[in-house]
Ligand binder design. Sequence first.
Ligand SMILES: Nc1ncnc2c1ncn2[C@@H]1O[C@H](COP(=O)(O)OP(=O)(O)OP(=O)(O)O)[C@@H](O)[C@H]1O
Length: 572
Amino acid sequence: MINRTSIAGTVNHLLKLLPGHITVWHRGAILYATEPNPSNSLNHWPIVQAAREQHEAILISAPRQHQLCQECPRCSDCSLALELFIPFRLNQQMSGGICYQFTATAANLLQTNLNAWLEHLKDYTRHIELLIEDATKRHRELLKTQQLTYLLNLVPEGVVLLDEHANITAYNEMANLHELTSLLQPLKHHNPASELPATLSLPNSAGEIQLKGKSFYYNKRFIGALYHTQKSAPLLKEKAKPSKQTIMPSIIGNNPAIQKILDMIKQVARSDSTILLRGESGTGKELFAQAIHELSPRAHKPFVAINCAAIPEHLLESELFGYEEGSFTGAKKGGKPGKIELANHGTLFLDEVGDMPLALQAKLLRVIQEKSIERVGGSHPIPINVRLVAATHRNLEEMIGQGTFREDLFFRLSVIPIFIPPLRQRPEDIELLLNYFLRKYCISLRKPFKIFSYGSLQRLMSYSWPGNIRELENMVEYLVNIHAQDVINAEDLPLNISRSSPAEEAPPTMRTMPLAAKPGHGSRSQRSRDELIELLNRYGWDTAGKRETAAALGISLATLYRRLHKYKIKES
Ligand SMILES: Nc1ncnc2c1ncn2[C@@H]1O[C@H](COP(=O)(O)OP(=O)(O)OP(=O)(O)O)[C@@H](O)[C@H]1O
């Protein structure tokens, strides 16, 4: 990806010398601008067109009188005294450029020694051009490696590619499971590398592994080799299971609060104390719960999750506690264990615990205190050893005050409370997550790699993300699905994002969140209602359409139904 920070550093340095407006444009999109630019694409700018035709920099002094500027709708009240466009070239073609716009003060400074300044600005432009060239090259190399890894992962055997010095340059997941990367390290000491053996028999921790090799030559010169396993090669049992480290690396976040939570999780995972994860919907509570489990001594035992809000009240009890044969009409022969029993010796994740009915809250409290359960219709206690991780987006303190959540259960659950901040309080993570999901979905949906333009990133960074990371992830998946170009511009973003006004959009924090907002009151509710109807009209009012609408909004289907009810939206 192109590093905007280094471009910003160069531009800011320049602005200290010469105040003005600078726009860096690359491949039809604005890569950097010193202030938001009204136009997202400079293609139609007469000055850019002129530079493209004349293959050189264009300088316009007194733009209001200049013939090139007459087409511009703002020409008559333009306050610029000088405008300069210096193009970039990539492979002999103009790929973009820098537009410098100066008002009278800066222009006066320039006019005193115009030629020297022009050289100076050309040097700056060249510097930025090199930064872009370098970043583009590195981005291409990264893409090539990712494409190669993607391709290798389609092969059902372990595959490793070596360069002419027998250094490993690429390998697939299966190779990892066979420990091939460490097994092939000693090949580096073979000299000359062209004499790499055609078959290898190497010991890994699952036994002996046979590898076949194929050397590659170009103009009779050895340029590399490929080693692969045979179909029946035994896998390492330990590695074949998801490793303890699978979840942690996929938790993206540089925000100090998230880093602190990750450190805390590593600490608390070792004990059996109950953890209460608190945060808005979509902030990653379930991901953190899985990480806690995977870092705990229970990692090789079950992780069982149950969403208390998604299961109808009358079924929740038997889902949690299980039932004995004949305990109710329709009960299965032989009975059925509940989620708590299934999680025995492992971790039970109680999602949306704030939505648990009061009667079940009392039963759950007993499980925690007595460490045993009784199935529905059963008459004997079953001893239980589970680590409990609960989560909620609800304001439990307020619910206790209203008598809808038991205070004693709250204290039992909240032994280690962890607050996960909403995405709008972690602005530094937005670009990171956008790029992470962009790469993830381009790979999984087999689409060419894409980037966000400067304009779209600005928009996305100032959006308040009420649905948090789930909303961001769904939006990226949607864009990768429908967007064919390699640059995603601001106008390509979903309407609810491109139309939102950042200041107004920020939802209230968890502590002040009203439990039930009245429909139709206030412009926010009205806008949410309108947006919901607009999306349903777009995706359809049937279940599939509702599912897509929920995904676009970053909410669950159950929440969507609740909103339809809350806003009194009836299907026509
Ligand atoms: N830090 C993160 N890095 C990468 N992906 C994340 C991160 N946080 C959340 N996600 C992803 O966002 C989506 C929503 O996360 P998750 O289901 O854990 O949220 P939640 O807080 O449990 O939501 P809810 O309260 O609605 O159940 C998941 O696909 C998850 O993998």
